[in-house]
Design a protein around this ligand. Sequence first.
Ligand code: SAM
Length: 250
Amino acid sequence: MEHKTILSLFDHSGEWARPYAEAGHNVICVDVKESGSPFVNFEVDVMDMSIEWILDNIWDLCGDGIDGILAGPPCTHFTVSGAQYWKAKDEDGRTAEAVAFVERTLAIVDFIKPDFWVIENPVGRLPKLVPDLQDFGPLYVQPHFFGDAYTKKTGLWGQFNPDMPRNDVEPIRACDAGSWLMQLGGSSEKTKALRSVTPAGFAAAFFAANQWNDGQVKIRWPFHDEMEDEGETLPSYIADDAADGYDPWN
Ligand SMILES: C[S@@+](CC[C@H](N)C(=O)[O-])C[C@H]1O[C@@H](n2cnc3c(N)ncnc32)[C@H](O)[C@@H]1O
C-alpha cells in the first residue's frame, strides 16, 4: 500500500486521524496543547504555521507531500449555545481570533492542495463569519449516525467524499438535560477536551469514505445538507435563529 500523509489540525486527541494511522499512513497532529495522542505531534499554534514553518518542520516527514487535511478548529465562539456572549466576543476580539484560525486553515489548504480537506464545526455562526466556506458545505452529521449513541450535531465543510457508511443507533439520553455530553458540564480544561474528542464511529466512517482505494480519493461536492436530521430543518447559518433557543448539543 502506498503510504499517504494526513495533517490533522486542532487535534489534541488524535482520534480523527487514528483510522489513517492504523491503516499505516503517516499522521501529523497539530494542537496548541501538549497531546497524549500516540501519533506524530506538534505542540504549536496554528497561527505560527506559515509556509516557511511547514517547509522547515513537517515537509521532510511527508514523503510526497500532505495528501489529506482534517481540521476541527475551536467552536466556543461560534456555537449557538453561547449566543448570548457573541456581542461581547465580537467586541473584545475573541470572535476575530477564532475566525483567523479557520482562515489560516483555508490558507494552509490552499498552499498544500491535498487530495481532500475537511473542516468540522458544530452548528453555529461559522459559515456566516467565513463566507468562503459556504461554497463547501455544510454537511450536517451526528455521532449516532455512525454508531456512537449520543447527539452533537456538527457541520462539515470541504472537498471530500461525503458518502460515509451509516451505522445508525438510537441516541441515549443520559439525563433530563440530554446526552452524556451535557452532563460533562463545567469549563475545566479536562471536561472541555472530553466534550470535543472526535467520536470514533464518525472517524472510522470518514476514513472509509476518504481513502485511496482505487489510487484516488473520490471527491464529491457541493453536498449541502445531504445528511440533515430527519424532520428537522435548519438553515445553513443560523445566527439569526439563535434566539429561538435551538440547542445544537442536544
Ligand atoms: C474543538 S477542539 C477539537 C478537538 C479534537 N476534535 C480532538 O479530538 O482532540 C479544538 C482544539 O483546538 C486547539 N487549539 C486552540 N487554539 C489553537 C491554536 N491557536 N493552535 C492550535 N490548536 C489550537 C485546542 O487545544 C483544542 O484541542
